[in-house]
Structure formats: C-alpha cells, structure tokens
Write a protein that binds this ligand. Structure first.
Ligand SMILES: [Zn+2]
Length: 385
C-alpha cells in the first residue's frame, strides 16, 4: 500500500492480532481514521468474524484475482520477468485520469503476459475459488475476456472452455459455486464484442461452469456505449444477463447511457450513481444491482480514502450492493477487506449481514442456493461470536 503523508498507524491500543485481522484495507482505513472518527469495531468487543459471513462475490477479473506469490511463481515457470510494481507489495495508486488508467492497464497487461498455458489458466480459476472459500463466499462469478489468452491455447473457444471446465472442477473441490462472465473490451471494435457475445451465448446456462453473464470492461471513456448494444442483444437473446462496467470513472450522465443502451442487470461499479439522487432511485426501482469495489475505487483515484466511498448513501437508498474485489492482485485487498471497509465506515454487524444478503440476491445463483445462503447469513448474525 502506498502511504499518503505519514505512514499508516493502527489506533492506540490495537494489538498485533487486530493488525492481522485488519488486513491491508484496514490499515489504509486506520490511516484515514485519524481525521474522521468512526466507531471502531474492536472497541465494541465481540465483533463477528467476516470470513464466516456467507456472501457472494460477483466482481473480480480473471488474472486480477491472483495473489502476488502465485503470480511470481507463474512468472518463474513461464520465464517472464515481472515489473517491480507488481511484486513490491504496494497497492497500486493512480489518479483517476487517462494516464492513471494507462498505468493500471499496463500493470494488468504485464501480469496477463504470464498466463501462457492451459495449466496457468486452470490455476487462476482454482485459486480464485479457494480464496473465495476462505473468505466465506458461496458464489464466485469470475469475469474474463478470453481474447487475451487465446493465442496460447489455440483460440478463444478453447480459452473459454478451459475456464468453464475448471470452474466446474473448482465448484466440486471447494463447494463455492463458480459461474463465468464473458466480458468484451471498450478498447476493441464493437464487432469483436459481437463475436464474444456469440461465443458466450453457446455456453449460456445457470449451472456452475456455465456462462452466466456478458460484460463490457476497460476504460469507460473509450468507445461509444451505443455501439455495443448489438452485442448485448445477442447475449440477452441467449439468456445471458447484462453486466457492463459503468459509473466508476464517469458519472451519472454516462451511467444513464449505459442503462439506456445495455439494459444492465448489474452495473460493474455504478458507485458514482450516488452523485445523483434521482438516478439512485431509478436504479433501485429497476432492481439493477451495483458491484461496488471500494478498495479498487481508492486505488484508481475515484475516491481519496476508503471512508469517501459512498456505501452508506447507496445502502440507505436500498441499492442492491454486492461488494467485490475487482483486481486483488493490483489493489492488494481481497473480498473481506471490502466488508472491513464498510465496517470501518460504521456498518454494524446486522448491516454487514444485510450487505452480504444483497450480494447473494445480486448473484445469478439459483433461487434454492440463494435461500440456503440467506439462511446461513441469519445464522451468522444470530450466533454468539
Ligand atoms: Zn472491474
């Protein structure tokens, strides 16, 4: 993590155990807590364990899901040299402008250059599912643009089939249901998006290891949203849900465009809807879920500090928030770090349970799976931790 100003300090009286429990996001927030006083969880005593809170994780990218040690290991096997900023254990921190995005994208591309084999691809899915299991996730929806991996495994079709096959295996191994989202890129031609939508459509389904949604990622300032409408129509006809990114780097006006043209079931981020009360009301009314990724927002300069991410505004408005890690490899914050940020913003355990329920509702899991997990959330809250 890059310290802003003085180095991050834990609150007076915090023990080593607190530090371990706080993790990276906690440390970042603890630094912010010097200026803005929020109720601190450890002062209440008996706070519930976030890793035991059942939840769904529906916004995380393929290579971005890796841990740093795994990336280093894979780079060694592939004979690829990694840039230092991927291995220095400092969370990325860039401004929310085009140069900042370029630096982020370059780092992501450098990590992706390590993924050059079927085994590497399988390892990513497997480790993502295991990491999710360790964090109490019951459902993982991992997002991939197979185009980038296609040259090493014989094309986009085998690239996707490898991921789907491993998603089934990882579901069996971990008990975490793994669904896959195919995402096109705003930086490529809209015809490429249509090709990907047709590919995704062939594997559409509701079972673990199926494609459950179609997305659109990369810099929101690139490409014209309306030109991707046809690709989303192809996906929709096959029963795939629409999950484009939006409302991260750009605000309400762009979000309205995304909603109009791509008819989203969920918005990747959508967090900047909070700038416009009418828009939040419309999003809630239409039942569009928001995949909010607080640590990512701070790393990419969308908000200055964890406490600035408007979770409270969106939560109180009734938005179906699903907290997500986005790219833990670059932001050094995994799923529970996001819940920890909410806790540090003052969310009580019953509100954290409600966030977990909303993530489950926002997922594309079956009704019966959702019912079972929601009951487990109630049990977490009722248990005397
Ligand atoms: Zn994302």
């Amino acid at each position: 993590m890059r310290a802003r100003g003085p180095p991050a300090r834990y609150p007076p009286g915090a023990t080593d155990h607190d530090q371990a429990r706080l993790g990276t996001a906690g440390a970042r927030h603890a630094a912010g807590a010097r200026t803005s006083r929020v109720p601190l969880a450890w002062e209440d005593g008996g706070v519930r364990n976030l890793a035991a809170l059942p939840k769904a994780h529906v916004h995380v990218h393929f290579t971005g899901s890796l841990s740093v040690p795994s990336l280093v290991d894979m780079a060694r096997s592939a004979g690829v040299r990694l840039p230092e900023n991927l291995t220095d254990n400092v969370a990325m921190q860039v401004p929310a402008d085009q140069r900042g995005w370029f630096r982020f994208q370059r780092a992501y591309d450098a990590a992706r250059a390590v993924v050059r084999s079927e085994e590497a691809m399988r390892r990513i899915v497997r480790e993502a599912a295991r990491a999710d299991r360790a964090e109490g996730s019951r459902r993982l929806e991992i997002q991939i643009d197979p185009t980038s991996y296609a040259p090493y495994v014989g094309g986009i079709t085998p690239a996707l089939e490898i991921v789907l096959d491993e998603a089934k295996a990882a579901t069996r191994e971990t008990g975490v249901e793994v669904g896959v989202i195919v995402a096109a890129s705003r930086t490529r031609h809209p015809l490429d998006a249509r090709t990907l939508a047709r590919l995704a459509a062939r594997y559409a389904g509701d079972a673990p290891g199926d494609v459950v949604g179609f997305g659109l990622s990369n810099d929101e300032r690139r490409g014209r949203t309306a030109e991707f409408e046809a690709a989303f129509r192809i996906a929709r006809r096959a029963g795939l849900r629409s999950v484009p990114h939006g409302g991260e780097l750009l605000g309400p006006e762009h979000l309205r465009e995304v909603i109009t043209h791509l008819n989203p079931d969920r918005l990747g981020h959508g967090v900047r809807a909070a700038e416009d009360r009418d828009l939040v009301a419309e999003i809630v009314e239409r039942g569009i879920a928001l995949e909010v990724c607080p640590a990512s927002n701070v790393s990419l300069g969308v908000f200055r500090e964890n406490e600035d991410v408007p979770l409270r505004t969106l939560f109180d408005a009734g938005a179906l928030i699903a907290l997500g890690a986005d790219d833990p490899l670059l932001f050094l914050a995994r799923l529970n770090d996001q819940y920890d940020i909410a806790r540090r913003q003052g969310f009580s355990d019953s509100e954290l349970a409600e966030l977990a329920r909303r993530s489950i509702r926002a997922s594309f899991a079956s009704a019966s799976s959702k019912r079972a997990w929601l009951a487990e959330v109630d049990a977490w809250l009722e248990a005397d931790n």
